[in-house]
Each structure stands twice: as structure tokens, then as C-alpha cells.
Design a protein around this ligand. Structure first.
Ligand code: FE2
Length: 383
């Protein structure tokens, strides 16, 4: 048997932010905690939210000290603010990082053990037992899909390593997809985050296991990205394209509850070891990762899945000798220069990277099992 988890209320499109604040006003919360970061505070995106909150007389506290890779200290500070100001709800505004902080603060606001006790790797999800304050998630990029995610990643003080916090109840109570908030993203970030969304759907569709619901969402998520990502990159102010890409990102994250694949395992060490943007890492590995799949000994279902995605490109008049070629062409049209070498990665780095990629759990749901040599070969092909 399978368990399928689908998300909660999603408000999407122009005016979604206003509608969210209207709904928030009707709830009986006394004090909200807005969790964001300094960049969103300084670029004016936060103002778009706080202006509406003030207009409606909604009282809130503000935490904007989130690090790009959130730390245990962020959680302590933010939890302290939640408690001191007697907050009863959380609004996360940002990319994945403020959402990670907000989700973890939900745990710490109502549980008394030290944070590490709730680490998923230590069975911490079993200790998350108390009802948590509501969380409303407002993404400011279209990529991670964290607004419908049920986990958070925090760097721990003692180990310096990332710990994962997971619980089904960590999924936000409402996701607000407001295209106005992403209109100012520059073309390179738009392209990189959009490719992350595309790869979530692609890897979910290719992941083994019977999950036709996730497959359907993944297929539509890919179509949206193929149709609208080039427009969002070229014309950032196009709110129709921004709206579709926000939906594509949400769909990608909904779909990948089925699993991800080797491209994500290969992408993760490029970020942790070489500080490469996660979406860019996916983009640089997409074509060689897909090429590996296409050349493998495929069964009928696997071949059919690859053909189906390839024909999706073909219907859009994109080069489609192979799916790998089509992906490469797509990346180029988005203005992303391929090649790991051009991003400062050296040949001597590939051994360590492939060791780390093999330790990453994402490839466990790859279309077919892979070993460390396979991962090395994909890095080499992407060099
Ligand atoms: Fe991703």
C-alpha cells in the first residue's frame, strides 16, 4: 500500500497576498512572527507584506536575521523572539532559508528538549508530539517549493553539519504564491531556481514506485516550466510567467514526495563544498545526468517515461535527438553557460564530490540504482 500526502490551501496569482492578509485578519491570532532575511528586508519585498499587515491592523514581530544556510543560533534567537513577544502564528517570507527557520521554530515554540533531540536522523520526528503554531509560507523565489515541504535543514553548532527536521505537520497551513514578489528577481536567479523546479518534477516522474498522482503533477510541472521559464527569464515583469513558475515550483515539491534522483545527489556537494547555487548546480548536471539514464539498460516503463518527456520538448520545437540534447538546448536558451570547469571545479575535486554524492540519499530513488563510479562518470561528463 502507499500513503499519498497532498498539501493544504494554496492561494495563487495576482492579489494572493492581499487575500492572504484578509484571511489572516479573520483568524483569532493576536501576534504574528514574520520570519525573513536581510536581503528581502533591504530590497523592499518585505515592505509589500508589512504594509498590508499594518493597513489591516495586524500586529506582528519581525525576525530578519536568517542566514543563507540557517544555523542553530538562528533558531534560538527566533524562538526566543516568538516566546518573548507571545506570538501565536508564523509568517515565513523568502526562499528556502526563512522557511526552514520558521518550520523549526514551530517545533521549538512548543517542545522543551534541545533542538538536536528532534533531528530526523535520531528519530526526532517521534518526539514532535505537541500541536504547533500555524505557519503561512510566502515564497519569494520559484524553485525550492519549500512552501509545501515538510522538512527543514539547519546547521548544528556542535557538528557544523546539516541536520534535517521532518514531520508531516510541518507542512505550512497555507502557501501564498504572489507573482508580484518574484518580479524583481534577476534573470540568472530566475533561470537557476526555475531549473531546480523543473528537475524536481523530472526526477519525481523518473523515480520508481507507483504514484500516478505525483506523476501527473510532475508532468504538468515540467510543461509549465518549459513554456513559461524562458519568458520569466527574458521578461521578469511578466506576472503571468511569474505566476506559472511559482505554481511549477510548488508542483515540483508536491511531486517529489515520490522521490528525487541522482541529479540532486550530484548537485548537493557542489553547494556544500563549493558554495554553488543549488539551482545552478542542477542546471549544470541536468544534461549529463539525463544522458546517463538514456544510455542505461532500460525496461519498458523507464523507456516510455524518457520518451514522454522527450516528446514534451519536441512538441515545443526544441532539439530532441535525445532528451539529454533537448535539456542542454533548454539550459542554453536560459542563458546558463554549461561546464563545471567554467565554475571553478577542478578535475581533482571530482573524486571527493562523488564520494559525498554517493552518501546523499536522493539517488536512492533514482530511476535505477547507481554506484559511486556512475556518479563520478556524470560529473566527468558535465565537466
Ligand atoms: Fe532542488
Amino acid at each position: 500500500m502507499n500513503q499519498y500526502n497532498y498539501p493544504t490551501i494554496i492561494l495563487s496569482g495576482k492579489g494572493a497576498l492581499e487575500e492572504f492578509v484578509t484571511r489572516l485578519k479573520s483568524k483569532s491570532h493576536k501576534q504574528a512572527l514574520v520570519v525573513t532575511d536581510e536581503i528581502l528586508k533591504s530590497c523592499g519585498v518585505l515592505d509589500q507584506l508589512t504594509r498590508l499587515l499594518k493597513d489591516r491592523g495586524i500586529s506582528f514581530s519581525l525576525f530578519s536575521e536568517t542566514h543563507p544556510n540557517p544555523t542553530e543560533e538562528d533558531i534560538e534567537k527566533c524562538t526566543a523572539m516568538f516566546k518573548e513577544n507571545q506570538c501565536d502564528s508564523i509568517i515565513a517570507l523568502g526562499g528556502g532559508s526563512p522557511m526552514d527557520v520558521a518550520k523549526t521554530v514551530r517545533i521549538m515554540a512548543v517542545h522543551s528538549e534541545p533542538l538536536e533531540q528532534y533531528d530526523d536522523a535520531k528519530g526526532g520526528d517521534q518526539r514532535i508530539t505537541e500541536p504547533m503554531p500555524p505557519l503561512y509560507a510566502i515564497p519569494t523565489t520559484a524553485g525550492t517549493g519549500s512552501e509545501v515541504g515538510r522538512s527543514a535543514v539547519i546547521i548544528m553548532r556542535k557538528t557544523g553539519k546539516k541536520a534535517i527536521y521532518f514531520h508531516p505537520d510541518l507542512i505550512p497551513d497555507m502557501a501564498v504564491l504572489a507573482p508580484e514578489l518574484t518580479a524583481g528577481l534577476p534573470p540568472d536567479i530566475t533561470a537557476a531556481t526555475g531549473i531546480d523546479a523543473f528537475v524536481h518534477s523530472l526526477e519525481a516522474y523518473f523515480a520508481p514506485g507507483l504514484h500516478p498522482m505525483a506523476d501527473g503533477i510532475a508532468l504538468m510541472g515540467m510543461e509549465l516550466a518549459l513554456d513559461w521559464l524562458p519568458i520569466a527569464v527574458k521578461d521578469g515583469g511578466n506576472l503571468d510567467a511569474r505566476e506559472r513558475m511559482l505554481i511549477a515550483a510548488t508542483m515540483g515539491a508536491v511531486a517529489f514526495q515520490k522521490g528525487l534522483g541522482m541529479i540532486h545527489s550530484l548537485a548537493h556537494p557542489l553547494s556544500s563544498r563549493h558554495a554553488m547555487h543549488h539551482g545552478l548546480a542542477n542546471a549544470l548536471l541536468l544534461s549529463s545526468g539525463v544522458s546517463f539514464l538514456e544510455k542505461a539498460d532500460l525496461n519498458q516503463d523507464q523507456s516510455a517515461r524518457i520518451s514522454r518527456v522527450r516528446s514534451m520538448f519536441g512538441e515545443r520545437h526544441m532539439k530532441n535527438q535525445t532528451l539529454a540534447d533537448a535539456c542542454q538546448h533548454f539550459i542554453q536558451t536560459l542563458g546558463i553557460q554549461s561546464g563545471l570547469l567554467s565554475r571553478g571545479i577542478q578535475k581533482k575535486d571530482l573524486e571527493g564530490l562523488s564520494m559525498e554524492a554517493f552518501e546523499d540519499p536522493c539517488h536512492q530513488t533514482n530511476m535505477m540504482p547507481v554506484d559511486q563510479d556512475d556518479l563520478f562518470s556524470v560529473y566527468e561528463a558535465a565537466f
